[in-house]
Structures are given as C-alpha cells and as structure tokens.
Write a protein of this length. Structure first.
Length: 339
C-alpha cells in the first residue's frame, strides 16, 4: 500500500468534514439555518452551540479516518465505502442537533429580498476558464484518434484502494472515448451551473465561480490523465497521477475556499435572507409553496438552493437525475469490472 493511494482514498472523508465545519455561519443573522439576532453567534450561548457542533464533527472525522485508513491498509474496499457512506448521516445528525439547539433563539425577520442591479450577462475570467478546461479533453480525444493502433487491446481504467486494477476497457469507441465523454459532460455541467448562477445573481456568482473553476480543472485533468493512461509504460500499474492531481486540486480548493470566505458575505442593513424559517426543513432544504421564487440564498455554505416546492425545481431535479443516468450508462458501457 502506497501513501498516495491511502491519501486519495481518504480524500472524501476530509472534504465532508471541511464542508460541515464551514456550513454553520454564512451571515451574521443566520446560524445553523436559523434566523437569529446578529450578535448571537458571538454570544456565550452561540459560541457554546458552535463549539459542541464542531466537536461532534471532529469526532466523526477522526473516527472515519481511523476506520477508513485501516480498511484501505487491509485492502477492504467494501468497508472503506461503508465508512464513507456512514459518516455523512452522522455529520447531518450533528447539524440537526445544532439546528434544534439554535431554534429557541430564533427571531422574526422582515420577509423581503434585495436584488443586485449588476448586469447578469457579464462573463468573467472564471467563466471562461471553465470552458477552456475542455481543451485538455479535446486534446486527449485527438491523440487517441491519431494513435488508435497503439492503444492496447485491453487496459485498466479503475483501481481499488490498494492500487490493484478492478475495471478494464477494451479498444472500442465506447471503451476508449467513454472516459473523455464523461469528463466533458461533467465540465460542461459545471459551466452551465456557473452560467445559471450568474443569471440569477452576479454577486453570488463572484463567490461561486472560483470554486466551480477549480472543480472544472480538477475534472478535466483527472479524466484526461485516465484517458491517456493506456499509453503509459505499464497501463496496469498503480496510477500515481491520481494522487498528484487530487493533491494539487485539494490545495487549490482549500485556497479558493479561503479566498471566497473572505469576500463580503454580509449586508449590515439586512443580514437575513428574506425567507421564513418555517419554509426551511432542518435549515437545509427550502420547501415553501407560498414562495414563487425558484432559487433562494443558501442558509449554509455558499450560493443558492432550489425552492423544491416549485414546478421548475422539480424539472431541474428530474433533469439532474437524467444527466446522472446518462453518465452512469456511458461508464457501464465503457468499463468492464472484474472481481
């Protein structure tokens, strides 16, 4: 077992913990998805709830790291997957507990929203960089086509946590170009999401696009490297490039999050978001049939979320599920898994 594979395998656990540690407070007037007095987060009660929430998240994180690391070292992929899946509801439990603790301090706030007058059709450098991220994938497609005869009849495209291949493709159109197609679909999906955020709120787009740009380039680099892996000296060898791409991406993502969190997220005149607390389920999901808005500001993290009571939101969810199904179909058509 190599250190790169170990770190890559535990990356989801690290990301989950990072996200949940950053979720509670996005504006002075909102804590754990509850509208509270602007000074509450700095009060003794607010600090106590935050401290106990973070302690719970860190306990789950370290337990998942230990259990997941032991599973990786023993080559038990099933246990690693179970640990990764199990930690998410535990994080959610910590959040819901904190949400319940914060509710007694909730206040009634004005149900009005502010709008930005900045033009919504402005394209910035981050948006362009997401489209430019398609270039490595286009290069990989051209290289694969020009060197078709040099591609092995069978090559690995997926590996277990211990570096042993468990997924192979063959030299067919689906097998060779499937990886590139999936990567391009993911990059285009992120670009469309960025465009939609820009149409809804240019101010929020300024906060979200750097993160989306990093995600675009991570996906592009990873899928380009996997697509060209058949040309390596040993196509069945341990894919060290995944570690370097993931490590570089994590550094870039953490740096970008630090940059974004330092952007002005608060409005001193109106620190709340103009939506009623009764429309939020556990401070996470917005479902309010009385609200005609399709998108509202998130009460956790950054960006916007859907009003899942609106018909348009249901269409978006259906489209997302269809997109996911198409990606899964392409993957299954291009990869043969052997136990």
């Amino acid at each position: 077992m190599s250190t790169p594979i170990l770190l890559v395998s535990l990356a989801p656990t690290f990301i989950f913990a990072l996200v949940f540690l950053m979720m509670p407070r996005v504006r002075e007037g909102i804590l754990f998805g509850v509208s509270v007095p602007v000074e509450f987060a700095e009060s003794a009660a607010g600090q106590s709830i935050l401290a106990r929430y973070r302690s719970r998240v860190l306990v789950v994180f370290f337990a998942a790291m230990i259990a997941g690391g032991a599973a990786v070292l023993r080559g038990q992929q099933t246990i690693l997957t179970a640990v990764t899946i199990a930690e998410f509801p535990l994080y959610c439990w910590a959040w819901v507990w904190a949400w319940h603790q914060t509710q007694p301090f909730a206040v009634k706030v004005p149900l009005r929203r502010s709008a930005s007058l900045e033009p919504a059709n402005k394209v910035d450098g981050f948006s362009l960089s997401q489209l430019v991220a398609l270039i490595p994938l286009l290069f990989a497609s051209a290289y694969l086509r020009l060197h078709w005869s040099q591609i092995p009849a069978r090559f690995s495209v997926h590996w277990r946590a211990d570096g042993v291949p468990d997924g192979w493709s063959e030299r067919t159109v689906a097998g060779v170009f499937g990886t590139v197609i999936v990567g391009a679909m993911l990059v285009l999906g992120i670009a469309i999401l960025s465009w939609l955020v820009g149409r809804v709120s240019p101010h929020q787009a300024r906060q979200m696009r750097p993160i989306l740009a990093v995600a675009s380039w991570m996906m592009s680099a990873l899928f380009t490297a996997i697509a060209l892996h058949p040309f390596s000296a040993n196509p069945e060898s341990e894919p060290r490039f995944i570690f370097w791409i993931t490590a570089a991406g994590m550094v870039a993502l953490i740096s970008t999050l630090s940059y974004v969190m330092n952007l002005p997220l608060r409005d001193a005149a109106n620190p709340w978001d103009g939506t009623p607390d009764s429309g939020w389920r556990w401070g996470l999901v917005y479902y309010n049939p009385a609200d005609s808005a399709v998108l509202v500001k998130n009460r956790f993290g950054l960006g916007w979320t859907l009003n899942f009571a609106s018909p348009q939101a249901k269409l978006v969810v259906a489209g997302t599920l269809l997109f996911t199904a198409i990606v899964i179909f392409i993957v299954l058509a291009s990869v043969r898994v052997h136990s």
